[in-house]
Design a protein around this ligand. Structure first.
Ligand code: ADE
Ligand code: ZN
Length: 324
């Protein structure tokens, strides 16, 4: 199996529905409304997706829950051939957003990551993530969580949530604080917003990576600029199809972006919500665009270069890519 690197995975968004159902049952919380008859997450559009995502998080109430979630998620990823994952971690969703307990939650996630690395050979790094629709003041607090815990495990700051709300500029303080702490920077943009959203995000937040960014494909000049600057796009094709950004994979711009010289990578975003896995993403790209070893090697190299991990980790991953 091809070894894979994934840069864009939301830890809570990767929670298997059965895991959330079990937590809900244990805590006597009725979450039946967020599942369909087959037991999968049920939503009709992006707004509803965000709502049920947050409802699912309400049953993740202790560091132990996050320990167990991390192990479950990494087990799934390792089985897909993933050797490195950067996960978005949201202090807002840890135990109802008690930021004073962030370090305890993080310690539990790190313990699980160490176990998974020893037992399954998968490396996890964390990217603390602000939720856009919770607003700039909350984002400042989240950036402080990131600043305080920045190190070999917490390597970045991200921005997720409803792209239709607020402007990148509103989050400049949070991103400036994270930059000062030496963290890598990424923000979701160009998923629901057009090319201008990508331009504004690059200008106002100074990120090296864009979460999604696929709508940049609507502006050839912007594609040239991204290629020139070496900006990396964390592309999540299955997510875009499931949420209706594009109808079918053949309409998706990932291959056009790559051919235009933009550095693309491939991730699953929130795999159980979108009925995807890394293997399914790779298989679909091979089938739809004829991608083969050279293309997959290229996206893995892009991911390796753009990963927010330290040099030692990067060198170890490079060796594993060369001799899987
Ligand atoms: N949080 C989890 N998945 C997301 C997505 N696709 N867009 C914005 N925020 C998210
Ligand atoms: Zn995302």
């Amino acid at each position: 199996m091809i070894p894979k690197l994934e840069l864009h995975l939301h830890l809570e968004g990767a929670a298997p529905p059965a895991f959330i159902r079990a937590q809900a049952k244990r805590k006597s919380v009725d979450l039946s409304r967020i599942f369909d008859e087959q037991g999968n997450y049920a939503y009709r559009d992006f707004t509803e997706f965000l709502r049920i995502y947050e409802a699912a998080c309400t049953v993740l109430t202790s560091p132990q829950d996050f320990h167990d979630l991390t192990l479950a998620v990494l087990e799934h990823s390792a089985a897909e051939g993933v050797i490195y994952t950067e996960a978005f971690l949201s202090p807002d969703f840890c135990g109802g957003g008690d930021l004073a307990a962030w370090r305890d939650y993080l310690a539990a996630i790190e313990t699980a990551a160490a176990t998974a690395e020893a037992q399954m050979g998968i490396t996890l790094r964390g990217c603390v993530t602000c939720i856009r629709h919770f607003g700039p003041d909350q984002a400042r607090k989240i950036a402080h969580c990131a600043q305080e815990t920045a190190g070999s495990f917490i390597t970045g700051l991200g921005l997720a949530g409803d792209e239709n709300m607020l402007k990148p500029q509103d989050f400049a303080y949070a991103f400036d604080a994270a930059r000062e702490a030496g963290l890598g920077l990424t923000a979701h943009a160009g998923e629901w917003g057009g090319p201008q959203a990508v331009r504004d995000t690059l200008r106002d937040l100074g990120v090296s990576r864009i979460g999604h960014g696929v709508r940049a494909s609507e502006d050839p000049r912007l594609m040239d600029e991204l290629a020139e600057a070496g900006t990396v796009l964390e592309v999540c094709p299955g997510s875009n199809i499931a949420l209706g950004v594009y109808k079918r994979l053949k309409d998706h711009p990932i291959d056009r972006l790559r051919r235009a010289g933009v550095k693309v990578t491939v991730s699953t975003d929130d795999p159980p919500f979108f009925h995807t896995t890394m293997r399914r993403e790779y298989d679909a790209l091979a089938e739809t665009f004829g991608w083969d070893a050279p293309e997959f090697e290229e996206i893995n190299r892009n991911a390796l270069d753009a990963a927010f991990c330290d040099a030692d980790t990067r060198a170890k991953l490079a060796a594993r890519l060369e001799a899987p």
